[in-house]
Each structure stands twice: as C-alpha cells, then as structure tokens.
Write a protein that binds this ligand. Structure first.
Ligand SMILES: NC(=O)c1ccc[n+]([C@@H]2O[C@H](COP(=O)([O-])OP(=O)(O)OC[C@H]3O[C@@H](n4cnc5c(N)ncnc54)[C@H](O)[C@@H]3O)[C@@H](O)[C@H]2O)c1
Length: 313
C-alpha cells in the first residue's frame, strides 16, 4: 500500500469529481481526501468541507491526514470570473498562496496546479501555439493563471517545492457538468443531443478551440504527477493538446450518430474570450518530457459521450 496521502481542493467540480475517483483507484480510497466549498455526497473515501481561502483550516486538514500531495483544483473559471473580476482574482490567487505555503511549511512532497489555455491572448500565435509564448491574457481568469504559473515556478526554484502544472484546454466529460468556462458548450451540446433537443450555441460556428476528453485529462494529470522530477523541464506549466474543433464540427460529429440533431448559433460575451484563445496547441514538450499522447479524437469522443449520456438520461 502506498504511503502517499492526497488532498484535493475543488473536488466537487467538473474535473475534481472524476479525478478524485481515479486517484482513489490508484492510491486507495482512504488515502484521498476530497474537499470542496460545498458538501460532497457520500463517497468511497474521506470528504471534508473546506474553503480554500481559509489557510488555518487547510493547514489543519493537511496535518490531520498527514497529506503528502495536494491537487489544487478550486478556482473561478473564465466566463464566471468576468462577472466579478476582483472576486475571481482573490479566490484564485489567495487559494493558491494558501496551498503553496502549507505545502512549503508542512513538507508536502508534491503540488498539482492546473493552468489553462486562457493564459494566451491575441498576441500569441493562434495556431500551434508554442510552449514558451508571449502571455497577455484578456480575462481575469487568464491573468490569475499566468500569475499562478509564475508562482509555481518561483516556489520550485526558491524553495524546491515540487509543483507541477499543465495548461488544460476545454475539458469534456459525461460524468459532471462544467463550471462556467468558455468551452462549456462542448459538454452542454451532448446533453441536448441525447434529449433530442436542438442546441443554441453561444459561440460562432467557426470558432476553433483546443479541447480534451476527460479520460485523456485524467491520464495526463496522473502521468505528469508520476513522472520523475528530473525529467520535467517546464516548471511554469506544460502546454497540453488533445483535439481542436469548431461548434459546427462537433455538431457534424453528433449528426453522424444522430442525424436529426440541430444546432443554431447566438454568440454572447464568451465569443470575445474564445477569439483571444489559441485554435491549436504545440504540446511537444509534454510529449518529450513525460510521454504525453492523447487517445481520443472528436468522433471517438462523440461515440463515448453519447453512449454514456444515453444510459444516464
Ligand atoms: N474545465 C475546464 O475546461 C478547465 C480548463 C482549463 C483549466 N481548468 C482548471 O481546472 C481546475 C478545475 O476546473 P473545473 O472545471 O473542475 O472547475 P469547476 O468550476 O467545475 O469546479 C471548481 C470547484 O471549486 C470549488 N470552489 C470554488 N471556490 C472555492 C473555494 N474558495 N474553496 C474551495 N472550493 C472552491 C467549487 O465549489 C467547484 O466545485 C480549475 O483550476 C480550472 O481553472 C479547467
């Protein structure tokens, strides 16, 4: 049995809910403590209510469970953050500082902090966006992720804290609902399709964005966290890519399985955010350093999403 003891913040979110279960399969249910602002339902392992802004409460849990790894997922996402920028900045940065500080002081061995393609702005190359690129994000969320990446790098260089990070693209899964990002349409659309409802998309038909299916997201996260430390050359955050598609391409993929499915387009404020993000990402550093290789393309994801959601509804 492993001696690792893991704590997740934001474990009730779209990614956290799935990652918690994956970590429990790897490390044992009792070794993974799921925490969130909101009470989590009954689970196979320990759960706690934790506001990640509350440093003493975080410290208490790290001591209570003798935590050796923290996966810090709690954050306010891109679209939600724009509604109240200072509130989003405070949550994203204060919670990260609390995690980095408790890890440094309590000798937590590893920290995981997901960044995002939202770190890029329109000055960045839109196609095949390089690992080391100019970062001028246009959302408070993106600004907080750029700052977070630099603090992760700082804690590694200054204190030797083993903080690891990757820039997730839009994440798509059937297990949980998305939490207020600009790529949420790519999850919602499948829910509408299986209920035989037409879908009105909040982005233009031709908006190409990088995306990743949940099984690949979990695989990437576990792979990065298990990689030998000396293989990792990027201590800000790794670019990560799976597939890139537009709303009209995902609709066409669904129509291959469900020919009657209909989509219409009514872009809102999220269009400007999407327009400032990359269309495709160069993730060669992740492939080289820790062997990243995605498994799912758009049609394979569509088949799997529809299969699972049909069982659900
Ligand atoms: N989902 C995506 O497409 C995507 C893409 C890029 C990066 N990310 C990053 O991955 C991480 C997880 O994203 P997600 O999609 O699961 O987000 P989500 O919004 O679905 O979940 C976030 C969770 O954090 C919790 N939370 C919010 N404030 C909190 C606080 N103060 N204390 C404790 N918990 C708090 C919420 O209750 C929620 O359960 C985030 O850091 C996000 O920036 C996600």
């Amino acid at each position: 049995m492993t001696s690792d003891r893991i704590l997740l913040t934001g474990a009730g979110g779209q990614i956290g809910a799935v990652l918690t279960e994956a970590l429990r399969e790897t490390y044992g249910a009792d070794h993974v403590v799921a925490t969130d602002l909101k009470a989590l339902g009954p689970q196979s392992g320990p759960t706690e209510i934790l506001n990640a802004l509350d440093a003493p409460a975080l410290d208490e849990l790290v001591r209570k469970y003798r935590i050796t790894q923290i996966y810090h997922l709690a954050a306010i996402l891109s679209a939600t953050g724009e509604k109240d920028p200072m509130w989003a900045w405070n949550i994203n940065m204060t919670s990260l500082f609390n995690v980095l500080e408790v890890a440094r002081q309590r000798e937590v061995a590893k920290v995981y902090f997901p960044s995002s393609i939202a770190v890029f702005g329109r000055e960045a190359h839109r196609n095949n966006t390089p690992q080391f690129e100019v970062l001028i994000p246009e959302t408070v969320y993106g600004i907080s992720k750029v700052a977070g990446e630099n603090w992760a790098n700082y804690y590694f260089r200054r204190y030797g804290l083993d903080v690891r990070s990757m820039r997730y693209p839009g994440i798509i899964g059937y297990q949980s609902m998305p939490g207020g990002g600009t790529t949420d349409y790519a999850v919602d659309i499948y829910h509408y399709a299986v209920q035989h409802k037409p879908y009105e998309c909040f982005l233009r038909a031709d908006t190409r964005l990088p995306m990743l299916y949940m099984p690949d997201t979990i695989k990437a996260t576990l792979q990065l966290m298990e990689a030998p430390s000396d293989c990792l050359t990027v201590r800000t955050s790794y670019n990560l890519a799976g597939m890139s598609f537009t709303p009209e391409e995902i609709a066409a993929s669904i129509q291959k399985e469900m020919p009657g499915f209909q989509i219409s387009y009514k872009p809102d404020f999220r269009q400007a955010i999407a327009d400032s993000w990359p269309a495709t990402i160069d993730d060669s550093a992740a492939r080289r350093d820790w062997g990243w290789q995605p498994e799912y393309d758009l049609d394979a994801m569509t088949r799997d999403m529809l299969y699972h959601l049909k069982l659900k509804y």
